[in-house]
Design a protein around this ligand. Structure first.
Ligand code: GDP
Ligand code: IMO
Ligand code: MG
Length: 420
C-alpha cells in the first residue's frame, strides 16, 4: 500500500515537515521525482535541517529511505547531505537506498542550466540552477547516464562522450566559466555514491509492498510547477503530481491509497511566472517577514500572496487528493483581514478554471474577505481550541474544495499539527 504526500501550490508548502511527521507510520519513504532543486525543511532535536536529495524520513532510523528512478541525482549534493545527517549520530548507510535507474546530474548539466537561463534574459524561468532541466532533457532525449552506469567499467568513456556533446552546446551559448573544480567534486562524490546501497528500485519497492509494508511517496516542488499541468513554461521538468509516483517508483496506480495534498494557508512562489494572487504591498511584505519566506535552496525571497482556490481545486482534481494538510496557519495570526481567491476574471468573464496559458490570459483574482483572528495559534493542540474565525476560514476552504481539510499545521515543529 502506498500513500502520497505532495505539494498543491508552487512548492515550499511544508512537505518536509509533514513527511517527517507521518514517517513514523510507514516502513519506506521514497522520493519519486525532482532533484536538488527541492529544499525540504525539518526540525530534528530542535535543529533546522534542509534536505535536497535524501527523503525526509531519514531521521527515523528504522525506516527505509529510497531515492526512486524518477529523481535526478547530483552526487555532490547527496554526499554533502549524507554527512550532515551523520552529524545527528545517524548512519544513513543502513537505511538509504538508491535506484539504479535514477539519472545523474553532471557538472555540465548545471553549466547548461545556467547558460540556458542567461540566454533567456527577461524570460528566464528563475531556475534553481541545479541542472534539473538539462538532466531531464538528457533522460527523455535518451542520452543521460544513470546511477547503475557508475558500476560499469565504461562509465568514464560514457561520461566523456556526453560531456563533449554538452561542451558543443555550451560553446554555442558562449559559456566561458571554468568547471574543473565542479568535475573534481563530482568524481570524488561518485566514488562515495558507489559505496551506497544501489538497488533495482522497482523490484525493491514492490517486494516491500507485497510483504504488506507501508510506503510513503514524498513529492517535491508542487502541482503548479508540474511539467504538464503547471504554469508552463514557468515550471520544473518533472511530473510532480500523483501520477508521477507510478512512473517515478515503478508501482501500479491501484497500489496508491491516500493522496495527502499540502497547501499553505496563503500562497508563495519563487522564480518567475504567473501568480494571480501575488501581493505587491505591505501585507505581502508582512507575510514574507512573519513566515520567513525565503527559499530553502537558493535563499531567494519568495513572492507572497493570498490563497488561490481556483488553482488549489485544480490541483486537487489532477492529483485525486483525498485529504488536505494546511500549513502555516499561524503566520496569518497577525492579519486584520485575509482574502481568498474564489474565481478568476478572464476577458470580462468569471471562471473557476485555470486557463491554458496563465501568462497570456492574466487572470484577475476575485476575492472573498475574512476577518483575521488576531490571536496566537501556534501553541494550540486541538481543533476545538482554534480561534472561531480560523475555523470559519477552514470551513470555507473545505466546502469550496470538497476535500476534507484534515490536518492544520501551526508551527514548524514536529509536534505542531492538529487533526480535524
Ligand atoms: P517544502 O519544500 O514543501 O518542504 O517546504 P520548505 O521547507 O521549503 O518551506 C516551508 C517552511 O515553513 C520551512 O521553513 C518550515 O520549517 C516552515 N513550516 C512548515 N510548516 C509550518 C507551519 O505550520 N508554521 C510555520 N510557522 N512554519 C512552518
Ligand atoms: P520544494 O520541493 C519552490 C521552481 C524554481 C523555478 C522553477 C524551475 O522545496 O517545494 P528548476 O530548478 O526546477 O529548473 O526551477 O521551479 N522550483 C521550486 N520552487 N520549491 C521547490 O521545491 C522548487 N523547485 C523548483 O524556483 O521557478
Ligand atoms: Mg522547499
Amino acid at each position: 500500500m502506498v500513500d502520497v504526500i505532495l505539494g498543491l501550490q508552487w512548492g515550499d508548502e511544508g512537505k518536509g515537515k509533514i513527511v517527517d511527521y507521518f514517517a513514523k507510520d510507514y516502513d519506506v519513504v521514497a522520493r519519486f521525482q525532482g532533484g536538488p532543486n527541492a529544499g525540504h525543511t525539518l526540525y530534528v532535536q530542535d535543529k533546522k535541517v534542509v534536505l535536497h536529495q535524501i527523503p525526509s524520513g531519514i531521521f527515523h532510523e528504522h525506516k527505509i529511505n529510497l531515492i526512486g528512478n524518477g529523481v535526478v541525482l547530483d552526487p555532490v549534493t547527496l554526499a554533502r547531505e549524507y554527512k550532515s545527517v551523520e552529524q545527528f549520530g545517524l548512519d544513513p548507510s543502513k537505511n538509504l537506498y538508491i535506484s539504479d535507474r535514477t539519472h545523474l546530474i553532471l557538472p555540465t548539466h548545471r553549466a547548461l542550466d545556467k547558460a540556458n537561463e542567461l540566454a533567456k534574459g527577461n524570460e528566464k524561468i528563475g531556475s534553481t540552477l541545479k541542472g534539473i532541466g538539462p538532466a531531464y532533457m538528457d533522460k527523455t532525449g535518451r542520452n543521460g547516464l544513470r546511477v547503475g552506469d557508475l558500476l560499469d567499467k565504461t562509465f568514464t568513456t560514457q561520461y566523456i562522450k556526453l560531456r563533449m556533446k554538452h561542451q558543443r552546446l555550451l560553446d554555442n551559448f558562449n559559456f566561458q566559466e571554468d568547471i574543473t573544480s565542479w568535475e573534481e567534486d563530482f568524481f570524488e562524490a561518485v566514488e562515495f555514491l558507489k559505496k551506497l546501497k544501489i538497488v533495482h528500485g522497482e523490484y525493491f519497492i514492490n517486494e516491500h509492498i507485497q510483504q504488506g509494508k507501508k510506503v510513503l511517496a514524498e513529492g517535491a516542488q508542487g502541482s503548479m510547477l508540474d511539467v504538464d499541468f503547471g504554469t508552463f513554461p514557468f515550471v520544473t521538468s518533472s511530473s510532480t503530481i500523483s501520477a508521477g509516483v507510478c512512473s517515478g517508483l515503478g508501482i501500479a496506480p491501484q497500489k496508491i491509497k491516500e493522496v495527502l495534498g499540502v497547501t499553505k494557508a496563503y500562497c508563495t512562489r519563487v522564480g518567475s511566472g504567473p501568480f494571480p494572487t501575488e501581493l505587491h504591498d505591505d501585507t505581502g511584505e508582512l507575510i514574507r517577514k512573519t513566515g520567513s519566506e525565503f527559499g530553502a535552496t537558493t535563499g531567494r525571497p519568495r513572492r507572497c500572496g493570498w490563497m488561490d482556490l481556483v488553482a488549489l481545486k485544480y490541483a486537487c482534481m489532477i492529483n485525486g487528493v483525498t485529504k488536505i494538510v494546511m500549513t502555516k496557519a499561524d503566520i496569518l495570526d497577525v492579519l486584520d483581514e485575509l482574502q481568498v481567491c474564489y474565481a478568476y476574471r478572464v476577458n470580462e468573464t468569471e471562471t473557476q478554471q485555470v486557463p491554458y496559458q496563465m501568462q497570456r490570459s492574466q487572470p484577475e483574482p476575485l476575492y472573498k474577505s475574512f476577518d483575521g483572528w488576531k490571536q496566537p495559534s501556534d501553541t494550540i493542540k486541538s481543533y476545538d481550541a482554534l480561534p472561531e474565525k480560523m475555523k470559519t476560514y477552514i470551513q470555507y476552504l473545505n466546502d469550496y474544495l470538497n476535500v476534507p481539510l484534515k490536518y492544520i499545521s501551526n508551527g514548524p515543529g514536529r509536534d505542531q499539527l492538529i487533526t480535524h
